[in-house]
Design a protein around this ligand. Structure first.
Ligand SMILES: [Fe+2]
Length: 216
């Protein structure tokens, strides 16, 4: 089957399953990460098919959305079987997807190949900037988190369990995660974009906190 046909099949699958989600990990997040990953890949000269498929499918088995009893490995294998993605391509995609997630800063896995680096960079870029602000509040709302609570200070998480239990405010999430991402990009192409997005978030927070205090 041609590369383009596989991509189209995956896009159709994602549109069917993830279009109506309000938690910021929807079909459109997957498509933005796919577009960003392709842009970075063309500048950095990676394998475009591996990058495209891993980017499109990177959140289908995320720990945040599993049913009780499911594992990330099991869920991902199920999706790849359904989409008939097999062989060497599949192995590489699985390795990228299962090691991508930030997991509250507790994921220490480092990619030693360009394709993994590109997909992680693309996913992290979509967490910051104006899109990042929108996604943070959408996700916080979906989990019943307050926008802001000045009495609750940002935290450090020592493991994934602690991160999962956290129910702090969305504003804290900027300090706990989003503002820390700028210095962790692998590729030069993503790093340049991250600087602009980071500055936008800082500007947003300044304004938000001024308005919160009735000063603007
Ligand atoms: Fe993602």
């Amino acid at each position: 089957m041609k590369d383009r046909e596989v991509i189209e099949r995956v896009e159709n699958y994602l549109r069917e399953k993830f279009l109506d989600r309000g938690d910021a990990h929807d079909y459109w997040h997957m498509m933005r990460v796919y577009k960003l990953a392709r842009e970075i890949c063309m500048a950095e000269e990676g394998d475009l098919q591996i990058v495209s498929l891993a980017a499109l499918l990177h959140d289908v088995a995320d720990h945040k959305f599993l049913e009780p009893g499911d594992t990330e490995e099991g869920k991902l294998a199920e999706v790849l079987d359904e989409l008939e993605i097999l062989g060497e391509t599949r192995e590489r995609i699985e390795e990228i997807i299962l090691n991508l997630s930030y997991k509250g800063g507790t994921n220490r896995y480092e990619f030693d190949h360009l394709e993994g680096k590109i997909v992680r960079d693309a996913d992290r870029l979509d967490s910051i900037g104006a899109i990042g602000v929108g996604r943070a509040f959408a996700y916080g709302g979906s989990r019943d988190r307050p926008m802001h609570d000045p009495l609750d200070k940002p935290k450090e998480f020592k493991d994934l369990q602690e991160y999962k239990k956290n129910n702090g405010s969305t504003i804290n999430h900027f300090y706990e995660k989003l503002l820390k991402l700028r210095d962790g990009f692998y590729t030069e192409t993503a790093r340049k974009r991250a600087v602009r997005r980071h500055e936008f978030m800082e500007e947003f927070l300044r304004e938000f906190l001024l308005e919160w205090e009735g000063k603007a």
